[in-house]
Structure formats: C-alpha cells, structure tokens
Design a binder for this molecule. Structure first.
Ligand code: DON
Length: 567
C-alpha cells in the first residue's frame, strides 16, 4: 500500500467509524462530567476508571498516570501500548512544571537510507509495516521513571488492577469491531502466525489478554529492567529478529527515558506549557499561538472566515519551520528561542493579507542563523491534591507496525516512519522532513504529540491533548482557543468542528458537513483549497478544564469511545 493510501485510510479509521460524518458533533452547548476532586479522561472507560480508583485510594496523578497508561495498553491496543512510546507534561500543585520524553529511538543498526532502495526511492511499507518499522520502545521506562520520581503508592497497587483487567478481558465496542475488521488484512500480512486479532470479534465480545497479563506480572516482580534486560527483553528481541528486524538486546538495555524542560509561553493572560523536542508539538503550538495573538479572534467569531484564515496562515508558516528545523535535541541544534520569539513571528506573518491566501510554495522555512547558545492516544488527569498531567502515547499507525508478539501480548510500533526517510518525501501523515529529522542510530524521531497544560492567573486552568498525527497540534490549538476566545466549556470545546492546515499539501482539511457553506465559499474565493473528503474527524481530544468554582469539567471526545471518570 502506498503511503498516501495509508494516510487516507488511517485518518478514516483512527477512530474506526464507517459513517464518520455521523460521529462529528455539531457545535452545541454540552457539558461534560463535572467532579469536585479528581478526574481521568482517556480513550477507554476501563482505563479512566482504573486511574480514578487509584486516586480515590489516595494515589496522586502520577500514580494514576502509570495505571492509566498501562490500562490503555490492555483496553485500547489500537494505540495504548507497551511496544511504543510517548510524552507527558505535568504541573504539580505547587506550580512546578516538567515533562518526560519516553519516545522510541532508532536502533543502533539503523542507517540514514535504510528505507531507500538502490535507486534512492522509498521502499513501500518498509517504514510502516513489520519489524523494520519498529523503534526501541520507551513506555515502560517512562512510567517507571515517573513512578520513581513523582509517584506515591507502591507499584504493586498500580499494576494489580491492570493485570486483573488483562485476565478478565475487555468488552469490544462497535468502533473497535470495525477497526479490527478493517486492519485484519494487514495483521495477516505483517505476522507469520495467526494472532488474537485475526478472529472475527464482534461488539460486546470480551477479549482476554493472558499473555499480556503474564508480561505485566513479570514487570511487577522484576521492575522496569524486566522489559529492557530481563526475560521479556530476550523474548522481544528474538521475536523482532525472527521477523527480520534489527533491534538488539543492546538497544533495549541502553534505552532511557529523558526528563526535559517544557516549552512555555504566554497567550493573552494564559500560560501554555507543552512538550519540547523531540516533539514538535510545543514549538509549533507556541509559533502558531504567538502569530495569531495580535488578531481579534473572539470578534471574528468561532470558525468564521477571518478566524480560519488567520489560524491557517499561522499554521502554514509554523509547519514549514517544523519540517526544516526540528528534530531530536540530542542530535540537532535548533534555534528554538528565535523560532518562538515575537520578533521572528511578527515578521513571519507580515505578508499575510485577509484579501488572498498565501501560497505554501511561497512560504518556506524562515531564515534563521543558528547562533543561539544554547494511531496515538491521549489522557488527561487531575488529582485531589491539585497535580495535573497531560500524556500522549502511541504506536504511531493504527496497531503500529501490525506486528503482534503473541508470547508477550502486545503490538510493536511503526514509529520509524516519523523520521524523514528521504528529504522532501511525505511520511504517513503527509509530513515532509529535512536533515534535522533524518535517521541515525539512537536518535528519536520527530513527533507532533502535544500534551499541554494551561495556567490562568498562575493556577491550573486546563490539561489537554489528542492523537491524530500531524493534526494533533492544530486540534490542541483549537480546543484551547474554543475555551479562551470563544468561551466554550470543555466538552463543547472538544465537540466543536475542527479544521487543519500543515503547509504541505496546501489545503485546509475540514471535518465534513459541519462547516458553514458561506464560510467555505468565502475561503475558496480568497484562494484557499478546501479538502472536505480526507478527514472525517480531526483529532480525538481528551481534556479537563478548571471551572470558576474550582470543580473540574471533563471533555471526552465523542469521536471515539473516550470517557471521563472522577469523583
Ligand atoms: O508522534 C507522532 O507525531 C505520531 N507518531 C503520532 C501518531 C498519531 O497520532 C496516530 N494517532 N491517531
């Protein structure tokens, strides 16, 4: 299958709905779950419940994160994982902020041109399907690092309900039934032997995961090193190599999650705290928000022609910079201070006019001299102590590389596709990269994941994030703007129709049949190409908003099976 076909299919099925337009909710006043003390919003109710129960037992948001992340690996194998990676941003009750990067890494034996043939052309599917697509997984390292630094309950209390869930099994939803059925041909293509997901699962069936339960039991007994140095590591490496992959025991034993300083910036009276590279999320979000800050979006109106124009033009310019400048900070020097500075961004927007669309072919990356010294799932958690976390985790594509290790009970990622395999050639999400995001041993591939926390008046205001590949950044952006500029509540902000521009291709993707026809026509007249076909949904946002009376409102995206649970 060609990459572009993957992109369309992936966007169509990343929430797995056959009649997608029916799941896109119109703008409506709708309130999400309200709780006084604590809340988890995630892709599955089973995971949200486990996280919430941990907090009810006295655990904090970080304990709940460990349990929720691993419960998603059981309940939401589409993206929840042990075989992938992610990012988490936190804000403690005392205002301290931080972030952890548990992104996958390129194997030691990887090479810059590993996905090219002798003619220098991309080898179809090599970076997306099967063992060569796998990056060294980071999830177990990530959750154990969080637990060690910030957790409060013993790991046994966090893993036990997850292990119980894996043994007991998880009920198949309608959306999941459709997703599994849709991807079965690729499961068969990627796996030598039949896997649990080859069966014709129907809604309301229960899938049990005893192999995954056993893996988690070993991890509980032996700690994070079980995954990176123990029996699990050995079995995993054997499995990957038998399937033609290059990950070694050395790769696993060298893996470390990394604590990083978040990107933070102001927008009006808000402070936004988001993920730094190797995710492009925070930098891109900062660039877009600083470019649109001078404009009166609230006066233009939500999803009005002028609002869409301003946001689109800022997105166009930010994604052009993303593709040129951003990569793994351990490998490339990035002019981040300049990229998110007002002076640079004002200059970047200086050629924007409401009369006529800019052309992506005229907008390349900005000119900066580098002289500064210096199929995914998201969940949001707040606890009864005032701590907040925002975490996004992924296998990349739906069910990752589709390669499923039956002995260990989990899918392996296809995160290697997030590298730029060949400069100028788009990846699965249509994103184009350059040297900064080329493949090198032990390098982390550039991400769009944008787990974000918002403060207002120095207090926690919002925690938000989403899956959706390249549309993650723009979905997070629109959710924050919906609350701040257009005065929506959290659930309403999540429900609202979304659009997306990513520089190339030069088009505004919109969720179909939910945008005002007049607005679409005005945009077309001003030179914008509107693509209403390829994205039945954009993003699947899960967030929590602090209301005026200090209670929490959850926004669980109805585009999926997402659910808020709290007390
Ligand atoms: O890190 C990234 O940007 C991608 N691997 C995320 C993939 C994703 O969001 C898929 N989910 N729908």
């Amino acid at each position: 299958m060609q990459k572009q076909t993957y992109l369309v299919l992936f966007l169509f099925f990343f929430i797995g709905c056959k009649k997608p337009t029916q799941t896109v909710l119109k703008k409506e006043s709708y309130q999400g779950l309200i709780t006084k003390n604590a809340m988890v919003v995630s892709a599955r109710i089973e995971a949200s419940k486990i996280g919430s129960t941990i907090m009810k037992k006295g655990g904090n948001a970080f304990d709940a994160m460990v349990a929720t992340e691993l419960a998603l690996a059981v309940a939401y194998p589409f993206a929840g994982n042990l075989g992938g990676g992610g990012f988490m941003v936190y804000r403690k009750a005392n205002g301290e902020i931080g972030s952890i990067d548990y992104r996958e890494k390129a194997p030691l034996a990887s090479t810059k041109n590993m996905f090219l043939n002798s003619n220098n052309d991309i080898i179809p599917e090599k970076s997306t399907l099967g063992a060569m697509a796998i990056g060294v997984p980071g999830t177990i390292a990530g959750v154990f690092a969080v637990h060690e630094k910030l957790g409060s309950l013993p790991i046994k209390e966090l893993l036990t309900p997850v292990i119980e869930l894996a043994y007991k099994g998880v009920v198949v939803t309608k959306k999941q039934e459709e997703r599994i059925k849709f991807y079965q041909p690729l499961f068969r293509k990627a796996n030598k032997d039949s896997i649990i997901f080859d069966k014709q699962w129907k809604a309301n069936d229960t899938i049990k995961y005893p192999a995954l339960a056993k893996t988690l039991e070993r991890i509980l007994k032996n700690g994070r090193d079980e995954f990176y140095k123990g029996l699990t590591a050995k079995l995993l490496v054997k499995f990957i190599q038998e399937n033609g992959g290059i990950i070694t025991e050395d790769d696993l034993s060298k893996y470390q999650a990394v604590w990083r300083t978040p990107i933070s910036f102001t927008y009006d009276d808000l402070k936004i705290i988001s993920m730094p590279p190797p995710s492009s999320g925070g930098v891109c979000l900062a660039q877009i928000m600083k470019m649109i800050e001078p404009y009166e979006l609230d006066a233009y109106g939500h999803n009005s022609t002028k609002s869409i124009q301003v946001i689109t033009e800022a997105e166009r310019r930010a994604y052009a910079d993303r593709s040129y400048y951003l990569g793994d900070p351990d490998f490339v020097k990035m002019p981040i201070k300049t990229l998110i500075s007002e002076a640079y961004l004002n200059k970047r927007m200086s050629n924007f006019s409401f009369e006529k669309a800019s052309l992506s072919s005229d907008v390349t990356h900005g000119n900066i001299q580098i002289i500064e010294s210096d199929e995914t799932t998201h969940y949001s958690i707040v606890d009864q102590f005032g701590n907040a976390i925002s975490a996004t985790t992924t296998l990349n594509g739906a069910y990752g590389s589709k390669l499923y290790c039956s002995e260990l009970g989990f899918f392996l990622n296809n995160e290697m596709d997030d590298f730029s395999s060949k400069p100028g050639v788009p990846n699965m999400f249509g994103l184009i990269g350059a040297e900064a995001n080329s493949i090198a041993p032990e390098k982390r591939m550039l991400s769009s994941m944008t787990p974000t926390i918002v403060e207002k008046n120095n207090a926690l205001y919002m925690t938000v994030g989403t899956p959706g590949g390249s549309t993650i950044i723009t979905s997070v952006l629109q959710t924050i703007l919906n609350v701040h500029e257009f005065k929506m509540g959290m659930q309403e902000a999540v429900n609202a129709p979304r659009f997306h521009h990513q520089w190339l291709p030069d088009e505004i993707r919109i969720e179909p049949k939910v945008f005002d026809k007049l607005v679409i026509n005005q945009l077309k007249k001003r030179g914008y190409y509107i693509n209403e076909k390829d994205s039945p949904i954009i993003g699947k946002v899960d967030g929590i908003l602090v209301l005026k009376d200090k209670s929490y409102e959850g926004g669980a995206d109805k585009r999926g099976d997402d659910a808020a649970v709290g007390f």
